[in-house]
Design a binder for this molecule. Structure first.
Ligand code: NAP
Length: 312
């Protein structure tokens, strides 16, 4: 009896607090990226009574990438090829939409995309935005939220804070090569969230869309830390000193452009690190706990988990 109860408890632990009532085919854009992978992973952990479809640019290649995942379907989709939209959106009930980092000019790509979605009968969107998107009309996420709203979609906006994975992706080459992090972030505090947690929260929202329709969810971790504090934590974990260098935003932007970063991407990266200096400390939200029943992963736990990434 005891082990039976334990089994029931364990099985229910993995389920979202709210459940879907109907078949849902879910299309995940950005499927090969940080967040898309985590979303797919969490959706496939518990069958959704519909298909999970990875929206990818190269179907055959990504079938190999994801061959460890059972039950994933694939659809050809390219943000920059509007002829791919109708086929990809066919028979889709809910769209997980993100903005690839290099696309900063919203209207030319996302307006045709959203109109094609409507034409295909797709009316439900979970959009990956960013914490604080509502405060700044210049950032693309704000423009995209407004576009989605103005076109009358049923929408859920997910506004995550600063990804811990920035340390293992965008910032990694400098960390490995120079043992440093150079950003125009001054002493501003960032809220640190693990993309795994964003994936878990989005999976709940996609599965139980109707319950959360029109909602805005801030997915954050429990720690607000500046880059000096993070560099010290990394030094303790990695056993090698990591130094944080502050740089002014213009120099940072020029440096990134000279290193070959596209204009829009360099601008968004500069703003996302500079604007927090002008704003209050990020809000620590309880949305993740309420959606998943779990505590967010700490930066210490993340650094411990990813130790090898920094060393290889
Ligand atoms: N970094 C942060 O701290 C942070 C915080 C809050 C919000 N955000 C937002 O999160 C989003 C980025 O998420 P992420 O980190 O998961 O992105 P990511 O890892 O850079 O992945 C981007 C994804 O977009 C796909 N993609 C790029 N161009 C495409 C195209 N033309 N057609 C189809 N797919 C395309 C890529 O596929 P391929 O494999 O084919 O290239 C990849 O799957 C951005 O909007 C960012 O502003 C970031």
């Amino acid at each position: 009896m005891g082990s039976f109860l334990l089994q029931i408890t364990l099985n229910f632990d993995n389920f979202p607090k709210t459940k879907t009532k109907q078949m849902q085919n879910i299309l995940v854009t950005g499927a090969t990226g940080n967040v898309g992978r985590a979303v797919i992973d969490h959706l496939l952990r518990n069958p959704i009574g519909g298909d999970v479809i990875a929206a990818v640019r190269d179907v055959e290649k990504e079938k190999h990438t994801f061959n460890h995942l059972k039950g994933l379907s694939y659809g050809y989709f390219d943000f920059e090829d509007s002829t791919s939209f109708n086929g990809a959106f066919k028979e889709i009930n809910v769209l997980f939409l993100l903005r690839p980092p290099h696309i900063s000019d919203i209207e030319p790509i996302f307006k045709p995309l959203l109109l094609a979605a409507k034409q295909s009968g797709l009316t439900k969107i979970v959009f990956l935005s960013v914490q604080g998107a509502e405060k700044s009309k210049v950032i693309p996420h704000n423009k995209l939220e407004r576009l989605i709203t103005s076109l009358g979609f049923h929408a859920i906006f997910v506004r995550p804070s600063y990804f811990m994975q920035n340390l293992t992706t965008t910032l990694l080459p400098e960390i490995k090569k120079e043992s440093s992090i150079t950003l125009p972030a001054g002493r501003a505090k960032f809220n640190w969230v693990d993309v795994e947690d964003i994936g878990a929260a989005c999976a709940v929202l996609l599965r139980s869309f109707d319950v959360h329709n029109n909602g805005v969810y801030e997915i954050t971790g429990n720690e607000n830390l500046n880059f000096n504090e993070v560099a010290k934590m990394m030094t303790q974990h990695l056993g090698a000193e990591i130094t944080y260098h502050r740089i002014n935003p213009l120099c940072f932007y020029i440096k990134k452009r000279r290193a070959g970063m596209p204009q829009g991407f360099a601008l968004v990266m500069t703003l996302l690190h500079f604007l927090p200096r002008l704003q209050k400390e990020p809000r620590i939200s309880s949305d993740f706990v309420e959606l998943t029943g779990k505590s967010p992963i700490s930066l210490n736990a993340f650094l411990h988990r990813e130790k090898e990434t920094f060393q290889n």
